[in-house]
Design a protein around this ligand. Sequence first.
Ligand code: NAP
Length: 315
Amino acid sequence: MSQDMQAVTIHQFGGAEVLKLESVARPEPGPDEVLIRVQAAGVNPIDYMTRNGVGVNRGWQEDQLPVVLGWDVSGIVEASNSEAFKPGDEVFTMPRFPAMAGAYAEYAAVPAAELAAKPASIDHPAAAGVPLVALTAWQALFDNGNLASGQTVLIHAAAGGVGHVAVQLAKWRGATVIGTASGRNQAFVLGLGADQFVDYTACEFDEVVKDVDAVFHTIPAELREKSWRTLNADGILLSITGPVPEEEIQAEGKRGTFVGVRPNGAQLGEIAGLIDDGTLRVEIDTVYPLADAAKAHQQVEARHARGKVVLRVAG
Ligand SMILES: NC(=O)c1ccc[n+]([C@@H]2O[C@H](COP(=O)([O-])OP(=O)(O)OC[C@H]3O[C@@H](n4cnc5c(N)ncnc54)[C@H](OP(=O)(O)O)[C@@H]3O)[C@@H](O)[C@H]2O)c1
């Protein structure tokens, strides 16, 4: 007989008010999966987009609800069907994306291949802020962009969840980094290691940034035209905010691609190592209790968080 747990669900699409803390059945781990006692769950823009019915679930009907939201998890292994992890192990993960993962809950069942040991040097709320944004930055800059030492990269929204990790990963790789944000984030972005800061509220970024090798386009798709203008002839546009149509790439005569993040336990393991050796730090803007998921969504939806917003589930 299944046991119950507390989780934040949606029974309809809509604003933050549709989030509901309620009792649901605890998931059962399948073959090669582990059951995690969730300690903290990260909040990402895709969470409120999915709540609105325009995230990973675009085109869903409301009869496919309810679902438990959330992808980023940091927690403790409760039960394991994998030789790689045992009960008591502290782990972090971004499982199943773009399928639903059920992170806003006391327990989550997760494929072992998508897990890594939690960085020992940070607590669960901080670790829960890492997986989705760090995997996105890693897969965009390294797997798709092949960013190399000596190259210059423009990183938009450099104070945000993805951006603040991307700045640090690009510096680690040996790149020169230009970061955009509003003026209040100048010291923060330069403190992450960026070589140059551009205040997007004070100037047009495409008038001051030229000839970069890569642009990490983490801002609305409508601004892509300006990002293209900052690239050199061999440059590459890495978009995570919308598909880049082939006709647009042809018309620009440069390289461009959309990057959709995917789970990857091995990459998370490397990322954990960079956190523990001091190369990478995660900035936590606010930690809310699970019961305040609506407040957390409202903050993320306002699009001005510095670093990450996280839900504390236990502890
Ligand atoms: N394709 C994928 O797999 C994937 C994965 C992750 C994220 N994403 C998408 O990538 C985007 C960024 O995600 P995120 O988690 O980093 O978001 P986020 O943390 O909510 O971003 C907030 C940051 O954006 C900055 N910002 C807002 N408008 C800006 C602008 N016009 N120029 C420069 N900075 C601006 C804000 O800085 P100020 O307060 O200084 O304005 C704030 O620090 C979202 O649209 C998300 O859905 C896609």
